[in-house]
Design a protein around this ligand. Structure first.
Ligand SMILES: [Zn+2]
Length: 181
């Protein structure tokens, strides 16, 4: 995928991210740099809740919000808090390979049945799936990450918001290059 920019060494990081929290994120996660010490968070990470990914970061470095498919739906209060109160001015939106939100429609039956087993009424379970699955459904991970990035940029105009991709297979973070689309 040529929309993904691999970052293996520091010089792979584009100029505009030099000496920013984005550079540090790549240094820590992709290059195993020794952890710095932080007394306040440098950035916010919005990523999928998926259990196969875990960021390699020092304590205090980042706020992390995890939501199905790295979507902003349902977490705008948390994002706004990080930006407005914690004065976060950098956000990474991180999609990933093999996200289970891809074609989520295939889980409809299990979703409803599983909630019924938890004591839900069928109608309520079906309504939740019906109402929300389109919001969280992903057809193309890169397109989805860019879409969420654009939504965030329209809400928080002074924050630097960067789309990224986590490859579960190699546990590496990639930059999503927007101009190649
Ligand atoms: Zn996912």
């Amino acid at each position: 995928m040529d929309t993904l920019l691999p970052i293996h060494v520091k010089k792979d990081i584009p100029e505009n991210y030099r000496d920013t929290a984005i550079e540090k994120l790549f240094c820590y996660h992709n290059m195993n740099h020794p952890f710095g010490s932080y007394s306040k968070a440098e950035m916010l990470i919005l990523m999928c809740m998926d259990h196969r990914k875990m960021m390699q970061l020092p304590d205090n470095f980042a706020y992390i919000i995890r939501n199905s498919g790295a979507k902003i739906d349902g977490v705008t209060f948390a994002i706004s808090f990080a930006v407005a109160v914690a004065k976060i001015n950098t956000i990474a939106v991180i999609g990933h390979s093999n996200c289970r939100m891809i074609d989520i429609g295939r889980y409809g039956v299990d979703f409803v049945q599983g909630l019924i087993e938890q004591g839900w009424k069928r109608q309520k379970a079906e309504m939740l799936f019906l109402k929300k699955h389109k919001v969280f459904e992903i057809k193309d991970v890169i397109a989805s990450v860019i879409n969420e990035t654009k939504k965030l940029r329209s809400q928080y105009s002074k924050v630097q918001i960067v789309p990224m991709y986590y490859q579960v297979e190699d546990k590496n973070l990639y930059l999503v290059s927007e101009d190649k689309l």
